[in-house]
Design a protein around this ligand. Sequence first.
Ligand code: TRP
Length: 326
Amino acid sequence: MKKRILSGMRPTGKLHLGHLVGALKNWVDLQTKYDCFFMVADWHALMSEYENPYQLEKNAYDNVADWLSCGIDPDESVIFIQSEVKEHLDLFMVFSCLTPLGWLERCPTYKEQLREVTGRDLHSYGFLGYPVLQAADILIYKAEKVPVGEDQLPHLELTREIARRFNSLYKKEIFPEPEAILTKTPRLVGLDGRKMSKSYNNTIDLSDGEEEVKKKVSSMITDPKRIKLADKGHPEVCTVYSYYETFLPERKEEVRSWCANAKLGCTDCKKELARAILGILKPIHEKRAELLKDKLKLRKILDQGRDKAAELAGQTRREIKDLIKI
Ligand code: TRP
């Protein structure tokens, strides 16, 4: 029997290259080795976007189209929307009752978001409970592995604590203690050298066309000390070069020495990178266009995913009912 995996993404906007190298590639590779559940975390998105939730549904379909275009296979993996499987909220309720407030108030991601996120009021009852819902997502399927980025580790720690607390309170080993599978690829930086993120407006989106990609790559920050073509460059501080490491590894040694010896200008270097990115995006765009043309097919995939997820979630729900009588 394959071990079970669950992971999710919040449908807060379009997916970008950071999602592709940071999560999706990893998900695709895991599909054959594990029993995979991939979820659109729309309730989690609502926790921060409740003032303006109107795009979440559209984003959800758009994101799933990207997942499929990047190689997530609906015959191999269960693909579904969190809010369509009601048992997540049942378990969220149970866990809410047994999770001490202090665990949530001390959670580093919570404190950081309250400090750093601007333009949204996150001082809500729901947002404090964000990791409790995430624990319910994972444990309703008794998933043992959770592919996530490092930023999610505190939430997994809480998931294990909640699982232990439940098992010990009701004296039965219902839930496993899930572990993270961390991505090996280093985080992709954005056009400006900061982390690639929609909120920094520095992304290359998976849906970006040729002109957009060319324009965005040409705006990328390079070595600030290199002003003229004759100046020697420092690839180790150059955003463009870091993309070569991820997307053109076979060219990176040559480009490194050409740049460091002032034999290659930034414009040409960027042109080659843009071509490579477009080459990666082309098959993704083709599948995406096909999927978005046939919305019914996308909906069918999500129906099938919802039904498979609900079957397993229902089983766990019944076990819990047997234990706590509610
Ligand atoms: N919190 C995750 C993120 O922002 C999304 C998420 C929701 C998730 N539920 C999950 C990830 C369950 C893994 C497992 O990236």
